[in-house]
Each structure stands twice: as structure tokens, then as C-alpha cells.
Design a protein around this ligand. Structure first.
Ligand code: ADP
Length: 491
């Protein structure tokens, strides 16, 4: 009986490997930091070789330090930062340029043109995405424009695909459907690359990886004389949704990190938003496709970081919890629009504000208002999702640094009147693809069986009267409105 599953979690700032046993318990993990390449302009680049070397090193280290018999490893799964774009040589597998990070916006000269040409609606209908440099398409285009390699020798892939190509003995040029659906080239309705978009963008189909369902066999990784199947591949946010076992319609997850990422399972049909949220394929398992709606908050935990670094309100972000509990002021509002506001406001010009200050307002109150602002912004997105999908949000699984803040979680639960569930395990993203692989390989028979193996740390249940929180929420919307007016008057 094979006992272990390995997951590679290739992220923006680090590569990580995780070793999981058949009880879904994480028994070892290791990571190597990945440097962002310094550069004089606005490009955010990473050396793709560094990504590959780090993963190779981590895998070897994991086998060695656990004295792990490769014959006992049932699979290697991959979850990864999404949209980051690599082009490599078909002959050598070596990158022909740096990887362009999802964070890089310097290809907006291309996306601006596509918007000008009127492609917005077409792209949204086909891909569920808004034309934006964030997605892979314009990054591919930029690399093709600036590279004179023979097109027949070029392969494109997101990080999953680049790793599969280089780690599999078969040198398979594959990607999974959740990563493909973030390229802005993939039609999420018929689940194929879209020929019309490829033609409009002038991107050759021949360089694109073949798209497989998440639980397909992607190839084999060789360790010593053992071939280990690569099974279970998904983009990080989708993998986290599955890791939280949000497999039913209306189940959501919120990651409270630097920003907040919110995904809701919308079932077997794509649901579209009228307010700038994205529609994406969550996964394709057992020949069944599940879709999700996705939204994000720009300033999440980083709003607390700003209060720490710029106003020195705390030495560590976790001190904010006790401060918030000590304050009994509900009249201060922080609108953390440090980099504008996303959905539903979509306002790039608005700047941040603190409202409702009085003679006796203290730093405790400002900190509480900062935490509240994270919850209000997440509520803004969840309310949009509810309206746009007509799906009731049943429960919310939470993770990320700021999800450890009990005050914030309780306030969030009260505000949206939904239970919030915290798992004991923090590496939820890795668990997602491991679950996909384990289910496929029969290590676990069902989602139910996995559910029974999971340990819940805490469930936050709404306790405050809804009329009180509704009043507060209305005041938040007013605070945003007033803040946006200030910008308009300034101009
Ligand atoms: P990322 O993965 O995006 O780098 P993390 O999930 O590690 O981020 O979360 C870090 C962010 O969460 C930081 O911006 C930090 O300010 C905030 N944070 C961490 N712990 C807490 C806490 N206990 N309360 C509030 N905010 C927190």
C-alpha cells in the first residue's frame, strides 16, 4: 500500500514541497525562497531556471531527509502561482527569457490596445475574464514580440506546465484546465483554446500546452530507479478551494493574506458577474467540470501592515486582535484605498481615508476600524457574488495570515451572517491537489472520507443582531462614498 503523497507548491515568493500521509496529515515540508529580479522599470520578472532548480532541490531534499522510499510515494502533485508566463525551448526545455510574474502590469500597452479594439465583451463571454495584463495572453504576446527565436522551437506554459515539461521523463507539454482558464485564451464554455481569440491576438496555437483535467496523469518523475506518477495539478486559488473541500454549490473560501482572494463554487455551469468579478473553471474531475466566481480585495492584511509600518500602531500584526477587543468605538471608519478600490467600486483614483475621529478616539479604535475595513471589503465582494449568481453562500472556509485574528473572523461572520470555518492545517493550498490525486488513485474513496479526516480548528458563528451589522455596513458604504467624493473635489 502506497503511503505518501508529495505536493509541489510553486508560489510567487517561494517554492515549497509538502509530504502528506494517507490520513491527509502533513508530515514534512520545506521551502526555498524565490527572488524577484531587480529591474529599472515596472516589469516584475523571475528567473524561471531558479524556479526549476528550487523545485528539483526541494524534491531531492525531501526524499533524503525523510529517508523516503520512492516506491511508497503514490503521486507528485503541483499547485502554482497562476498566470505567470514562461516561454522555453522545445529542444532544451530551458527558458528563453525570464518568467513574467502575474503581478507585472507592463504589458498593459498590449491590453489597452485590445480594449480599444473593442474585444472586452468577446473576451469576457468566452474566457470569463476582464482584459487585463494580469492574465497570460498579453505576457505571451510581449515575449513573442521581443524574441526572435524560431517559433517552431518555442513552448509556452504557466509555471505548472513549465515544471511538468522539465520534471516528467516524457517531457510532456501539458497544463491543467484551471491554469488554462487564466491565460485569457481558453474558452471556459467549450473547454478548448479559442481559435477566434488566438487569431485576434495573433498567438500561434502550436506553442500552447495540451489541456488536461486536474486528475489526469501528467507524466512521471524519476527518483533513482522509480517512476512516480505526476497527478493532481491546479492553480493555487482553485487548489485552495478544493483543499477546503468546498465541493458543493455556494461553498466559499476566503484567503486573508496581503490581499484577500474570494472564490465561490458556482456548480457545473459558469455564472457571470455584471460587476467585474471573474468566472473561472475551478476544476475538472471525474469528467465533471465545476466553475467558480472569483473576486479579490487589494488591501487585506496589508492594511494592518500599513498601520504597523507607517503609523507604528503595533510591532506585530497579531497585536491588532487585542487592540480591537479593547476598543468599543464603532464610529471610526478606515477606507484602505491605498492603491484604489476594486469591485464593486473599480476606482483607481480614490485615496485612503480615516473618518469619524473625535477628541477621545484612540489608536485602539483606528486599529479596530482597520480590521473592520478588511471584513467590509470582503462583504462587498460576497454581496456581489450573491447578487450576480443568485446563489446563497452556505459557509466560508478561511485561511491566510489575517485569518488567525479572532476579532476579525467574528466580525466577518457577524457582518455577512454566515459561519466561518478555520481548518487546523495551514497548508490548505497543497492539500487541494493532493486530495485530487488521492481520490483518483483510490487512496480515499470519497470527499466524505476526506472530510472525516480533517480537523476543524474553530467555527465562527454569527452572534450579533443583524440590524446592528446592517447599520454598520450602510455606514461603511457611506464612508467609501464620501472618500470617493473627496477625490472628485480634489480634481
Ligand atoms: P501572503 O501569503 O499574502 O504573503 P500571509 O497569508 O502570510 O500573506 O498574511 C500576511 C498578511 O496578514 C500581512 O499583511 C499581515 O499584516 C497580516 N496579518 C498577519 N497576521 C495577522 C493577524 N493576526 N491579524 C491581522 N493581520 C495579520
Amino acid at each position: 500500500m502506497k503511503k505518501y503523497l508529495i505536493v509541489i507548491d510553486q508560489g510567487t515568493t517561494s517554492s515549497r514541497v509538502v509530504l502528506i500521509d494517507s490520513k491527509t496529515k502533513i508530515i514534512d515540508q520545506d521551502f526555498i525562497e524565490i527572488k524577484r529580479k531587480d529591474n529599472n522599470n515596472s516589469e516584475v520578472l523571475t528567473d524561471a531556471n531558479e524556479i526549476l532548480f528550487s523545485v528539483n532541490d526541494l524534491l531531492k531534499r525531501l526524499f533524503q531527509r525523510n529517508n523516503l522510499d520512492p516506491k511508497l510515494v503514490s503521486s507528485i502533485s503541483i499547485t502554482n502561482q497562476r498566470e505567470t508566463t514562461v516561454l522555453w525551448s522545445a529542444k532544451t526545455g530551458k527558458p528563453i527569457s525570464d518568467a513574467i510574474s502575474w503581478q507585472s502590469k507592463h504589458t498593459n500597452y498590449i491590453t489597452d490596445k485590445w480594449i480599444e479594439l473593442g474585444y472586452t465583451e468577446l473576451v469576457f463571454d468566452k474566457t470569463g475574464l476582464l482584459i487585463n495584463p494580469y492574465f497570460s495572453a498579453s505576457k505571451i504576446k510581449h515575449l513573442l514580440i521581443n524574441n526572435n527565436s524560431d517559433i517552431n522551437n518555442i513552448k509556452f506554459g504557466t509555471v505548472d506546465s513549465f515544471l511538468i515539461y522539465n520534471l516528467s521523463v516524457e517531457k510532456n507539454h501539458y497544463t491543467d484546465i484551471s491554469n488554462a482558464s487564466r491565460t485569457m485564451l481558453f474558452n471556459i464554455n467549450n473547454k478548448e483554446y479559442d481559435d477566434e481569440l488566438l487569431e485576434l491576438f495573433n498567438i500561434p496555437k502550436s506553442i500552447l500546452p495540451k489541456v488536461l483535467s486536474n486528475d489526469s496523469l501528467y507524466g512521471h518523475y524519476q527518483y533513482k530507479d522509480t517512476l512516480i506518477p505526476i497527478i493532481g495539478v491546479a492553480g493555487d486559488q482553485q487548489s485552495a478551494l478544493f483543499g477546503h473541500l468546498c465541493t458543493e454549490v455556494g461553498e466559499s473560501k476566503v484567503t486573508y493574506g496581503t490581499g484577500c482572494f474570494i472564490l465561490t463554487n458556482t456548480g457545473d455551469k459558469p455564472k457571470y458577474s455584471n460587476n467585474g468579478l471573474l468566472t473561472t473553471i475551478a476544476w475538472d474531475l471525474d469528467n465533471k467540470t465545476t466553475y467558480a466566481m472569483e473576486g479579490s480585495v487589494f488591501m487585506g492584511g496589508s492594511a494592518v501592515g500599513w498601520m504597523k509600518d507607517k503609523l507604528n500602531l503595533v510591532n506585530h500584526a497579531n497585536e491588532s486582535e487585542a487592540m480591537a477587543y479593547e476598543s468599543n468605538n464603532d464610529n471610526v471608519f478606515v477606507v484602505p484605498a491605498f492603491v484604489g478600490l476594486g469591485a464593486p467600486y473599480w476606482d483607481n483614483e480614490v485615496q485612503g481615508s480615516i473618518l469619524g475621529l473625535e477628541a477621545n478616539t484612540s489608536k485602539l479604535d483606528i486599529m479596530k476600524a482597520t480590521l473592520n475595513s478588511i471584513a467590509y471589503q470582503v462583504a462587498d465582494i460576497l454581496n456581489l457574488m450573491k447578487n450576480d449568481t443568485k446563489i446563497d453562500i452556505k459557509s466560508i472556509a478561511v485561511d491566510g495570515g489575517a485569518s488567525n485574528n479572532n476579532y476579525l473572523m467574528q466580525f466577518q461572520s457577524d457582518l455577512i451572517n454566515v459561519n466561518l470555518i478555520q481548518n487546523v492545517e495551514s497548508e490548505i493550498t497543497s492539500l487541494g491537489v493532493a486530495f485530487m490525486a488521492g481520490l483518483k488513485l483510490g487512496l480515499w474513496k470519497s470527499i466524505e472520507e476526506i472530510k472525516n479526516l480533517q480537523k476543524i480548528k474553530k467555527i465562527f458563528v454569527p452572534i450579533v443582531d443583524q440590524s446592528k451589522t446592517n447599520k454598520l455596513y450602510r455606514k461603511w458604504r457611506k464612508a467609501v462614498e464620501v472618500t470617493r467624493m473627496f477625490k472628485e473635489e480634489k480634481q
